[in-house]
Design a protein. Structure first.
Length: 157
């Protein structure tokens, strides 16, 4: 009878230890991809933004990331704009980033390469009103303020 009690105690202790190890998230890196809404410049243009992000977990509450994205705008002061953006960010997860769900807020720096298409209207007495398009490439450095909610669809490990 004593032998069964010892086996039961050993089994419970071993099972508890395995549960603790199973609950511990040891991955430091993760890759995320997403689609979002972005303001370009001072907010006078907005558009769709597709991003790929590599994250490094500093702790259960802090994460750093490097990301690259593509965006396109079709409204605002300009006729259209496309842009490439590289980001370096730091995130805080107030509810920990250990589970399948992750709500986080972050700040960071970005480098943008913007390709603008401007549409101007000219009125010529002989030819009437016609459109003239001009193209402009520019680079800028900006800051990011991010509110992000993630849901893990597939876990490789």
């Amino acid at each position: 009878m004593k032998f069964k009690k010892y086996v039961l105690i050993v089994f419970v202790v071993l099972f508890s230890i395995l549960m603790v190890f199973a609950d511990e998230d040891t991955r430091k890196f993760d890759f995320r991809t997403g689609l979002g809404y972005s303001f370009l410049g001072t907010g006078d243009m907005s558009g769709v933004y597709i991003e790929n992000e590599l994250n490094y977990k500093l702790s259960h509450y802090l994460t750093s990331s490097v990301s690259f994205g593509l965006g396109e705008c079709f409204s605002g002061v300009l006729r259209a704009a496309a842009y490439l953006q590289g980001n370096v960010n730091l995130f805080l997860s107030p509810f920990k980033n250990t589970g399948k769900y992750d709500l986080r807020v972050g700040v960071g720096l970005s480098l943008n390469k913007v390709f603008d298409i401007r549409q101007n209207y000219f009125n010529n007495i002989d030819e009437g009103v016609y459109d003239v398009y001009s193209y402009e490439n520019r680079s800028s450095i900006g800051y990011n303020i991010i509110i992000e909610y993630s849901y893990t669809i597939y876990d490789i490990i």
